[in-house]
Each structure stands twice: as C-alpha cells, then as structure tokens.
Ligand binder design. Structure first.
Ligand code: GAR
Length: 227
C-alpha cells in the first residue's frame, strides 16, 4: 500500500501578526484583502499597545485573536519590546506588519524580525520622516505627497522602501483633506506589498529590497504595478 498522505499536504499559508495603535483602517484593508484571497496569507493575531484602539474591534469582528500589551505598564522600552516579542512568537509569523503602530521599536526587536518586519508611513520616504507628515507637506509647499511601505531597520522610518503611492497636493488642501487622500492610497498600497511578500517574491538582503531575485534600484510605484 502506498502512502500518499505526505504529497497531499499543502504547505501552510504565510501567517501575519499585525501591530496597531489606533483606528486600524490599514488593518481593515489587510483583513479584507486576506478574506478575498488577494493576499495569500492569514492574519493570526492583532496586537495593540493601546487598550481602546478601534482596530481591536475590527479584528474581533473578523474572528482574529487580539491582545493588548500596554506600553505604559513597562518602565523601560526594552521590557515592552521583550513582552511584544514573546506575544508575537506564540504565533510564529512569517511577517510582522506595523499598521499605524505608534511606538519606536528598540534594536533588539528590529534585529529579531529583520527582513520580515514592514511598516507603512504617510509620506514619500525619505521625505518627511517622523510625525505630522501632512502638515509638513503643506508647510513645505510640496506638489506631490503620498505613502511608502518599507522594511524596518534600525533607522527610524529609514528602512529600504519597497513601494510607494503618490497623490497630488491641491491648492485648497488642509492636513485633513490631504491625509484622507493619502489614506485611500495606503489602503491599496499595503495589501499590494503584503501580497508580494506572502507570494515569496520580496526579500531584504544587505539592506536592499529584492523582488523576484532582482535587486530594486528604486521603490516600486503602485501605479505601475500589475495587481
Ligand atoms: C496611517 O496613516 C499610517 O500611515 C500612519 O498612521 C496611520 C494609521 O491609520 N503611520 C505612521 O504615521 C507611522 N509612523 P490606521 O490606524 O487607520 O491604519
């Protein structure tokens, strides 16, 4: 009798843990994209440092495990990050996704997940690292703004950029109208990048992004990517 059971086993889909701090609209885009099959992976858990983050409800409604690790409960940043690592490791994720996670991570955390840790940032990096990007885009008189997804490294908002989406800055824009226009693009951009990662097509090698075994000389542009 031949045992075919080994051949019949399909490989487990990539798993993700998503870290949030707030509204979780990017998390929602990722939930929707996994549910539709656009992202060939599974969100195993959502972890928030803020107990009242709306994103926790979004996860619960989608039947995803949630956990709160309140940074205020830890005296030192390193201790919080260690607790975070311990919680994440319970899910053995292929990818850790920062989706509006508003904490600076320590080198221990970043090194642990190097190459499988991504972040979305509301600017065309390397422009406008840090906070209040929409206000600053207006104050600097930029005509084009947007969002970036990058691998996280030790440098704050400085990791190699994978893909970006651009939006025009309009004459009557306020920080709110500009943020809303960027957010629409964030919700397309993040699923597009996570999809590539879950397909096994993206890698970080020597602080450089590789797609399909080829080194990227510049970030991909969402508008030019066939989805
Ligand atoms: C998003 O605009 C994201 O780019 C930004 O926080 C917002 C979270 O929204 N992240 C950062 O500024 C990280 N430095 P969401 O909770 O609705 O996804």
């Amino acid at each position: 009798m031949i045992d075919f059971s080994q051949q019949l086993q399909t490989p487990a889909p990539p798993t993700m843990v998503v870290l949030i701090s707030g509204s979780g609209s990017n998390l929602q885009a990722l939930i929707d994209a996994t549910a539709s099959g656009f992202i060939p992976g599974r969100i195993a858990a959502v972890i928030s440092n803020q107990p009242d983050a709306l994103g926790l409800q979004r996860a619960q409604q989608a039947g995803i495990a949630t956990q709160v690790i309140a940074h205020r409960a830890y005296a030192r940043r390193e201790d919080f990050d260690q607790a975070l690592i311990q919680a994440i490791e319970a899910y053995q994720p292929t990818l850790v996704v920062l989706a509006g996670f508003m904490r600076i991570l320590t080198p221990v955390f970043v090194t642990h997940y190097l190459g499988r840790l991504v972040n979305i940032h509301p600017s065309l990096l390397p422009a406008l690292r840090g906070l209040h990007t929409h206000e600053r885009a207006l104050a600097e008189g930029l005509s084009v703004h947007g969002c970036s997804v990058h691998f996280v490294n030790q440098e704050l908002d400085g990791g190699p950029v994978i893909m970006q989406a651009r939006v025009p800055v309009l004459p009557d824009d306020t920080p709110q109208t500009l943020a809303a226009r960027v957010l629409i693009q964030e919700h397309r951009l993040y699923p597009a990048v996570v999809r590539l990662f879950c397909q096994g097509r993206l890698q970080l090698k020597a602080n450089t992004v590789w797609l399909d075994q080829q080194r990227l000389d510049q970030p991909l542009d969402l508008a030019c990517v066939a989805l």
